[in-house]
Ligand binder design. Sequence first.
Ligand code: SAH
Ligand code: SF4
Length: 350
Amino acid sequence: MENLKKELLNLNEKELTDLVVSLGMKKFNGKQIYGWLHSKIARNVHDMTNLSLKSREVLAEHAYIPLLNLLNHQVSKKDGTEKFLFGLQDGNTIETVLLKHKERITICISSQVGCPVKCAFCATGASGFERNLDVHEILNQVYTVERRLRNKGETINNIVFMGMGEPFLNIENLIKSIRILSDENGLNISKRKITVSTSGIVTGIERLLEEKLPVGLAISLHAVDNEKRNMLVPINKKYPLEDLFSTLVQYQRATNRRITFEYILIKEVNVSQGDAEVLANFIHSFDHALNLIPYNPVLDNEFERPSQKKIEKFYNYLKNDRKVNVIIRGEKGTDIDGACGQLRRRNVTK
Ligand code: SAH
Ligand code: SF4
């Protein structure tokens, strides 16, 4: 039975080598198989043609390469953004988005089914929390899309954990996946090209430091006042702004990496002159980039997007008066609900 077999993509190179050796193969076969799995992204053990037939048979008897079930694929007519709906073995579904910007191809991947953080504006949070994704489910979002791109002579350049879920609440699988994705015997995607987007789980940021994994950070800030942030991003009660701030200072000191801040603009909630001032003060402590994201009304709640005039006023103050490195994030794939963090609204098949 498939489900008693080992899922090969859950194993790092050491674990894979241990398995292979326990099945009577040589240590170097571990490295070979790892390359088939993560660099050549084979779909089947029998594709591993430099292994003996016997070895392939033994391996296939004890282990398999799990795959995702592509349930739906949409391409934006406006900007080519692609959205993939994948089915998991247990019937849950997740979404992955592919964004193209000139020559750069970025994949936006999910880390959980649903999300327990339950931000007040977020469709993923509102859909509840089901479970963490396995390593193979994280990797396979990348691998499935990369196979399709390779057929066209293209390749993924950047990975952002900005799909469904809070990556730092699935920290072990997140770290293992990042190590495999950046492994030179795998896809070899530089850690500089991998970004983790977080609602501000301080312990997760600290863990990256301990692990010496200097990936990019995108902080979903949305308010620079604890009371307001508690309402928008409830995890702020556990990790208040002061703690987030000092951890980020530490992260930047250790990694020298620019930190991206995400700030959703919500009418009459976080777009006053006072909000802009405290935001500028906060952000100027960092080598930063600030993305303003006009709220996308995906939920039946009282939130609305501010007027264009209000958005521009907020932006102009930050940009011109305070010299913040700010952009209003261009919306991609709006015709397919493809914007990161706003996934799985129409396509819930459960
Ligand atoms: N959990 C992580 C990553 C996934 S959410 C995090 O919160 O950072 C990805 C992004 O989508 C976040 O910046 C989130 O704030 C944003 N987002 C969620 N719902 C949105 C909405 N309705 N309109 C605009 N942006 C939204
Ligand atoms: Fe979770 Fe991010 Fe959505 Fe908040 S914005 S509920 S952390 S996915």
